[in-house]
Design a binder for this molecule. Structure first.
Ligand SMILES: *Cc1c(COP(=O)(O)O)cnc(C)c1O
Length: 373
């Protein structure tokens, strides 16, 4: 029998504000991409400071559209950190290009700069740095390498809306940045995403390709490209507008919960707490600890589940997933840090509505599970 979940991994924070915004859209009779999408785009631009923002249906379609707009295709290579959600690399595959997987550092879970530099070839066209769990990658060395080799930088900032790197907003640092509005991210629209850029030519391509490749002229369209329909509905954008008004509070609440974890986990053996380098502010999309290599992480997850506490792995080592392993002939463990993180990372429950007593319960049960593991 499944134990009832008492402390879930996450819980989206919504209230009457979202309902009021949705009601306004429904009453307007205009349900597809319209004024609410524009309002949400304006709010994101105001936050991250880019010239343009384009709402789309997810971070995955945001990443895909970015690569299409950059004209990434067959014969091209794109550098992707190995420790990420598969969407980061899948979009490269969708374009007929090759994702070249790069190992990470275990202290930040971000791309390792030496391994990145080693994997650049004459076919490399772009880098997709990921900001894992809401902590910005160390962008300066990435930007330097990209400049030296003439590569585009597409930030996978899916987890990092509101995170900063040396005072700059994550997503605004590369040529283009992509955010997710999935329920586990900084704000949610159920499903949704956003592309931000200050590159005018790229923005024009993105605008065109987001909506069928059509340019509106005299009340009809002139189709200039074989585009997509990646538009976000105004119904979902309405949820996003209400969420954006609460973003500061959301992030503050997440950081407060993370602070409780930091304190409660101080001195707990057989794990390393997440650390934030001095150049970053963290959104804590997830609070991910790294367990000692000899700990049976999945056993810990099962023990906590039996206590009604939902935890999960941090994220995936792509090279060890069947598709990537088979297609690119990679052996599990070939990217050792990513593989270690895949096997030993543990995401603890974290959402803005959590109370300190719940954090203490999680940590007490985790301690017991580690003692038994
Ligand atoms: C969540 C996530 C995605 C996918 O976002 P969707 O909006 O669900 O498509 C991509 N990359 C990373 C790093 C993510 O965490």
């Amino acid at each position: 029998m499944e134990t009832e979940t008492v402390i879930p991994l996450t819980r989206p924070q919504t209230d009457d504000a979202e309902l009021a915004e949705i009601a306004e859209v429904l009453a307007s009779g205009y349900l597809t991409q319209g004024p609410k999408v524009e309002q949400l785009e304006d709010m994101i631009r105001a936050l991250v400071g880019t010239e343009q923002a384009f709402a789309v249906t997810s971070a995955t379609t945001a990443l895909h559209l970015s690569l299409v707009a950059l004209d990434i295709g067959p014969g091209d290579e794109v550098l992707v950190p190995d420790f990420t959600f598969p969407a980061t690399a899948n979009v490269v595959v969708q374009q007929g290009a090759r994702p070249v997987l790069v190992d990470i550092d275990l202290d930040t879970f971000s791309v390792n700069h030496e391994d990145l530099a080693r994997r650049v070839t004459p076919r490399t066209r772009a880098i997709i740095p990921v900001h894992p769990f809401g902590l910005s990658a160390d962008m300066d060395p990435i930007l330097e390498g990209a400049k030296r080799h003439g590569l585009a930088v597409v930030e996978d900032a899916a987890c990092a809306l509101g995170a900063t790197y040396r005072g700059r907003q994550a997503g605004s640092i590369g040529q283009v940045g992509c955010f997710s509005f999935h329920p586990r991210k900084s704000i949610t629209t159920g499903e949704g995403g956003m592309i931000v850029t200050s590159d005018g030519a790229l923005a024009d391509r993105i605008r065109l390709l987001r909506s069928h490749g059509g340019i509106r002229e005299h009340g009809r369209f002139r189709f200039e490209a074989a585009g997509f329909n990646y538009r976000l509905s105004d119904i979902l954008a309405a949820v996003g507008v209400a969420q954006m008004r609460k973003l500061d509070g959301f992030l503050e609440a997440r950081r407060r919960v993370a602070g409780w974890y930091d304190a409660a986990l101080d001195g707990v053996e057989r794990l390393i707490r997440p650390s934030t380098p001095e150049w970053a502010t963290h959104t804590y999309q997830s609070y991910v600890v790294l367990l000692d290599a000899d700990v049976d992480r999945d056993g810990v997850i099962a023990a906590l589940r039996a206590d009604g506490i939902e935890t999960t792995l941090g994220t995936y080592a792509l090279h060890a997933q069947p598709f990537f392993s088979r297609t690119y002939e990679l052996q599990p463990g070939e990217l050792p840090n990513s593989y270690r993180a895949f096997r030993s990372s543990l995401a603890l429950p974290l959402h803005g509505g959590m109370r300190e007593a719940q954090v203490e319960t999680v940590v007490a049960r985790l301690r017991a599970a580690l003692d038994a593991a």
